[in-house]
Design a protein around this ligand. Structure first.
Ligand code: KG4
Ligand code: ZN
Length: 347
């Protein structure tokens, strides 16, 4: 394998992800310890619980990733870690462990923004090592980042060069899925549960699409309230709540809002392709609607496989491959930054 071999750690929220990635492209190992079953009990993430679980799982997950890749520490070129945005307690676990590993094994440390990781999941490949690397995503690239914490349309002019075109003014798309899932009585996390309920169902109503001041901004909190009102209406009338139909109507509204603005931005900025990242990018309906509408413009849509859309270490290793080659190094003073933003370039 050529290119830097990086051990990458992701602990920004409730997944403990550790991967080993070469050249920012090829996955040698990718281990994720998930807390979904634990948070399903409380119907959402309790930050202190998430941080304690990160602490519980980080060392075994590092060991599992090293074993899966079958590499020794002296074969690695760097240690990379997500230092934000995310939950402070969870981030601190990854950052502290990454710093310690880098120091003990005398390896450079690379700090990665979690959102950049979601974008770089599009550079990952599981092509056999004997095969040549597939082509890289082309620039300019329009990135739709849709996760539990973020909803952003980002124009990427080159590696590490980002322009923010729009973002949510209230709830993130994933957050809306999770909140609506809860109010429909579906299991946590709401995203996959709503997607499953909506599959094959007919929308019970048509929810209004939000208007925003910014052409490429999003708003999902009004939609959440509309679902709440609809549910209350059924309750008041003593009618059974059409869970699947409401899930379908909600999903349709979110997908339509995301796809409409993404296609408009792609058209206006003359991009070479559109890429998605983040947990909501795993949504089947979003993938197919966006693909259909971009097909009409002759634009390719890049979407990582679902397991690389939700939080994982490999996406951090992908971003780190490029940051490492660009000479980016974090010192031992690297700190976790819960509200870290990408560094935006001007128009
Ligand atoms: O990227 P991610 O794993 O963590 C954050 O950085 O937030 O995204 C998690 C979010 C959750 O809100 C979850 O409900 C949503 O992604 N999600 C989905 C699907 N799978 C995960 N939303 C819609 N459809 C899905 N299939
Ligand atoms: Zn994420």
């Amino acid at each position: 394998m050529s290119g830097p071999l990086v051990l990458a750690i992701e602990t920004s929220c409730d997944e403990t992800g550790v991967a080993i990635v070469s050249s920012g492209r090829r996955i040698a190992s990718n281990q994720v310890a998930t807390q979904i079953a634990l948070h399903a009990v409380t119907g959402g993430i309790v930050p202190e619980v998430a941080a304690r679980q990160q602490l519980r799982w980080i060392v075994p997950t590092v060991q599992a990733a090293m074993a899966e890749a079958n590499v020794d520490w002296d074969e690695l070129d760097a240690v990379a870690v997500t230092y934000g945005p995310g939950l402070i307690g969870s981030l601190l676990v990854g950052v502290s462990v990454a710093k310690a590993l880098a120091m003990v094994h005398d390896l450079p440390l690379v700090g990665i923004n979690h959102i950049e990781g979601h974008i770089y999941a599009n550079w990952l490949t599981d092509a056999p090592v004997a095969d040549p690397l597939p082509a890289e995503p082309p620039f300019p690239l329009l990135c739709l980042v849709v996760s539990g914490g973020h909803t952003q349309l980002v124009l990427m002019q080159d590696h590490g060069r980002y322009r923010l075109l729009g973002q949510t003014v209230d709830d993130a798309a994933g957050e809306a899925f999770d909140k609506v899932g809860r109010l429909l009585g579906l299991p946590y996390p709401g995203g996959p549960a709503i997607s499953e309920a909506a599959e094959g169902a007919t929308a019970a109503t048509r929810f209004p699409r939000a208007r925003t001041a910014g052409a490429y901004d999003f708003s999902f909190s009004g939609l959440k309230t509309a679902v709440l009102r609809e549910v209350a209406g059924y309750r008041d009338r003593g009618d059974p709540i059409p869970i699947d139909g409401l899930a379908a109507a909600f999903e349709e509204a979110v997908v339509d809002a995301l796809a409409t603005k993404t296609v408009a931005a792609a058209d206006e900025h003359g991009v070479a392709a559109v890429a998605m990242g983040g947990g909501v990018a795993a949504n089947r309906s979003l993938r197919s609607v966006l693909r259909q509408r971009l097909d009409a413009l002759g634009l390719p849509l890049l979407v990582p496989p679902p397991a690389w859309c939700t939080d994982n270490g490999a996406m951090i290793g992908a971003a780190a491959g490029f940051r490492f080659l660009a000479g980016d190094r974090a010192g031992p003073a690297l700190e976790a930054i819960p509200n870290l933003s990408l560094a935006w370039t001007e128009a």
